[in-house]
Design a protein around this ligand. Structure first.
Ligand code: ATP
Ligand code: MG
Length: 403
């Protein structure tokens, strides 16, 4: 679809009319084979970066030389960015160190990629070039390294995490034994990775369909402690993923992380540091970690309404889903599901009493007024959020006569 029309197709047409052959490669091709929407559409070309820049300029597209030494030019077409990267190949120099240079060989470029499923490319007329059996692996739910896993991991330790990320997203069944053994053998290399690269892979890993099962494999292999620390609740994460799937809810990283690894604030703080979470991500994660306790259909709907009032619809749904997952109830449990969808049926009214209302009743501004307002809010919630003026006046009178 994106190959025949839209901005990617237009860019491919311009590049193929110009200085070399251009093909979509990697993730977009992999996803297209199984009917999944692409993340980014990456393009490889036999043209050198300077030729890419002038060809797209002539067509009126903006380009940014994002990694010109690596051969990458980002081209903007109709507001969307595409990375166009010149084919690369390794040339052996002294038998140990490889030097990268621009090449013309599609297979050599593919062989530098990490997994067979990530090494396919498509010509513009839709012919698949699959040099290492990627399509068969994809259909069999198998993530395999291209070449010797140990060697490929030593070239780039991030591939350990990428292996598990792609396994969690695309695989069925057990991880490839040779790959898993290599990941375990080379695990100390994870410590050398930059926080930024680590973060990107972990955030994608936790939102994968089989994140819980995959993280359990990693935990059993001793790989998880150094990455996120603490006690990982992989079973809870698996249940959350299944609940989200049944309820047709999107997977979101902070909620997944909360189910996986947050019980107390220290857990949230540790994840913030390890994964360089943004303030927004941290606040959401920490809020879930504190707020899910006590949410349970057995406690009645009013208790749930109180959480929804305090946390808002998104925060409430996060908390209810994590509580659901932690409860161990079956993912299709009706009572839990109703609890989790409360925000779709009920909207919390605004608290109808202000400080001025109390001043009108003889309160003076200050700590006493604040305490009275808090007590009134609690009484108002306990009375099931009344909105009628007479009921509200009654609540105020009760408080003021008891004074
Ligand atoms: P997604 O759909 O999640 O973006 P992707 O396959 O596009 O998945 P990217 O990280 O965007 O993954 O990388 C694009 C492509 O570049 C990969 O498909 C792979 O061919 C290659 N690649 C990326 N990172 C590496 C790496 N560390 N080692 C080898 N090849 C890599
Ligand atoms: Mg991508």
């Amino acid at each position: 679809d994106w190959l025949s029309r839209g901005p990617a197709a237009r860019l491919l047409a311009v590049l193929n009319a110009g200085p070399g052959e251009a093909r979509p490669v990697g993730g977009a091709v992999r996803n297209a084979l199984i009917g999944m929407a692409p993340g980014d559409i990456d393009i490889a070309t036999s043209a050198v970066p300077e030729a890419v820049v002038s060809a797209v300029k002539a067509a009126g597209f903006k380009s940014v030389p994002t990694g010109i030494t690596h051969g990458t030019v980002t081209v903007v077409v109709e507001g969307r960015g595409f990375e166009v990267t010149t084919l690369r190949e390794d040339i052996e120099t002294d038998g140990r160190r490889a030097v990268v240079r621009f090449g013309h060989d599609w297979k050599a470029d593919a062989s530098r990629r990490d997994f067979t499923v990530n090494a396919m490319s498509l010509t513009r007329d839709g012919v698949l070039h699959d040099y290492f059996g990627g399509e068969a692996d994809l259909r069999a739910g198998r993530i395999r390294f291209i070449g010797d896993p140990i060697q490929r991991i030593r070239e780039d330790r991030l591939r350990i995490l990428r292996f598990f990320r792609f396994h969690a997203t695309y695989a069925a069944g057990e991880p490839d034994a040779a790959a898993l053994a290599a990941c375990i053998a080379e695990r100390q290399g994870l410590a050398e990775l930059s926080r930024e690269r680590l973060r990107m892979e972990i955030m994608k890993l936790v939102i994968a369909g089989r994140a819980g099962e995959t993280l359990q494999v990693m935990a059993d292999a001793g790989l998880l402690g150094p990455l996120i620390g603490g006690v990982p609740f992989c079973r809870d994460l698996s249940r959350l993923a299944e609940i989200e799937r049944l309820m047709e809810l999107p997977a979101e990283a902070p909620r997944r992380l909360a189910a996986l690894a947050v019980l107390v604030r220290e857990d949230a703080d540790r994840l913030r540091d390890r994964l360089s979470l943004s303030n927004e991500e941290y606040r959401r994660l920490d809020g879930i970690g504190h707020g899910w306790h006590g949410l349970d259909p057995a406690h009645g709907e009013l208790a749930a309404k109180a959480v929804l009032f305090a946390a808002g619809p998104r925060g409430y749904r996060d908390r209810a889903l994590v509580a659901f997952a932690r409860s161990g109830a079956p993912p299709d449990d009706t009572a839990w599901r109703q609890l989790a969808t409360l925000a779709e049926r009920w909207k919390a009214p605004a608290f109808p009493i202000s400080g001025n209302d109390l001043v009108a009743r003889g309160f003076t501004a200050g700590p006493e007024l604040g305490a009275a307002l808090a007590a009134l809010r609690a009484a108002w919630i306990a009375a099931d959020f009344p909105t009628s003026n007479s009921v509200i006046s009654g609540l105020i009178s009760q408080l003021t006569t008891g004074r």
